[in-house]
Design a protein. Sequence first.
Length: 407
Amino acid sequence: MDTTNNSDKSHLNLIITNILRGEYDLPLQAAKFFGPEDIQNDFVKLANEENLMDLFELISLFKENREENIVLDSVQYAEWEFKKPETNLAHIYLSKNSLNDVYTVNFLHTDLSEISLSKVSNEIAFIGQAINGIYRRVTAKINDNSEFSIAIKDELDNGLYKLGKFYNWQISEERSLMRGSEKTGLSPMLTTLFMVKASIIQDEYLCMGTCNRVLISREDEGISCECGGEYRLLSPHINLDQVSIVYPNSIQDISTSKSLEPKKIFQIVEDVMMPKKLVILFNRLANDLFGNKVLLPIIANFHSKATNDSVKLIVDYFWKAEDEIYLFAYVTDTRYSHIDLISAVSLPMIMREIKENVKNQLSFGEAIQKSKLKDWNQTPSLKVKQLSEYKELVKETNANAGGMTDE
C-alpha cells in the first residue's frame, strides 16, 4: 500500500535547476514541486514572484573550497521538533549535481528513512544530464532574439516536470530508490572522528513579505516588517561551538591533503549543515511545517574529483539537553589503506561504545581512551569560531584528555 503520496504533508519534493548563460546574463531557473495541493499552489505563487527569484539561485551552493577536491553529492537529515529531541518526525534528503553549466538541487522531505542516498544521487545526476541535453538542443535551434528566453524556459519547465514526475513516482509509489543490495567497491577505512559540542538556537525571524529580511531576537513580535510582511520564526540553527579531532598517528603519511589545518579538516562537517538559503526557501513555502524543526545530518556522501573514490560522513548524536547536543562525525574513505587505519566494518561497534561512554558522563578524551580508537591522537577541545588560528593539529596531553569547556 502506498503511504507516501502527494496528499500527505510529509511528502515534499522540490527540484531546482540553474543554468549559467554568460558573464552578464542572469542564470536561467526552472523549479518543480511535488506535494500537497495547498503547498503546491503556494509554491507556484512563490516561484512567479520576481522579487523572490534570488531564493531559487542555488549555484552558490556548488562552490568547492576544499583542497582535496572532495565534492558533496547528497546528505540525509533527521528532523526533530525544537526542544523535543525524542520526537524524530521525518527525514530530508538533499542532493546536488553539476554538469557543464547546469546545476541541479533536489530537496526531498518524507517519512521514509530507508531511501538510498546513492540511488537518489544517481537520479538527480540523470535529471541534470537530461536538462543539459534539453538546453543544448534548444539553444542550437533558436537564434538570438527576443523570444529566446521564453522558448527555452518553456522547454526547460516541460522537461523538468516530466523528469521530476517520474522521479517522484519512483519514490512515492514504485519505491525503487529504497536501500537494498548495492554494489560494493573498495573497502572504506575510518580516517577521522570529530567530537563536537553544539547548541540549538532559535532566535531568527523571517519576513514573509517581499523583502526576505531576517532579524535576530526581535523585542516586539507583533511588529510587521517595513515592507508590510508578517514576521515568522525561522527554523532553529545549529551552532557548532567546540570540536575535538581524533585522528590516526600517521596522518601525515596517510593523507594526500596539502594542508592538515584543523579549519580545513573540519570543513567536511560544516559542508553538510543545511544551507541557510534552503532553510529560508522552505520556511517561506511551508513555515508551519518547518518553522519549529531542527535538521541534523545523519549521513553524507562525497566523491573525489581526482580519483572518484567515495568519502562518507556518518553522524551520531547524544542530546545533552533540549538545546545542547554532542555530535560524533565519523569520516570513512576508500582512498587510503594504512596499518594505522581501521576498517569501516568496525564502525557500528566504535560508534556504540563511544556514545555509551559519553552517556556515562565520561569526557570526550576519556570516552576515546575506553574505545577502539585509544591509540589514536586527539586534539584539545577547540572553539570552532577560532579554528583558523590553529595552523596544525595539536595532540592532546594526558592532563587534559579532551574534556569540553563550559562557555
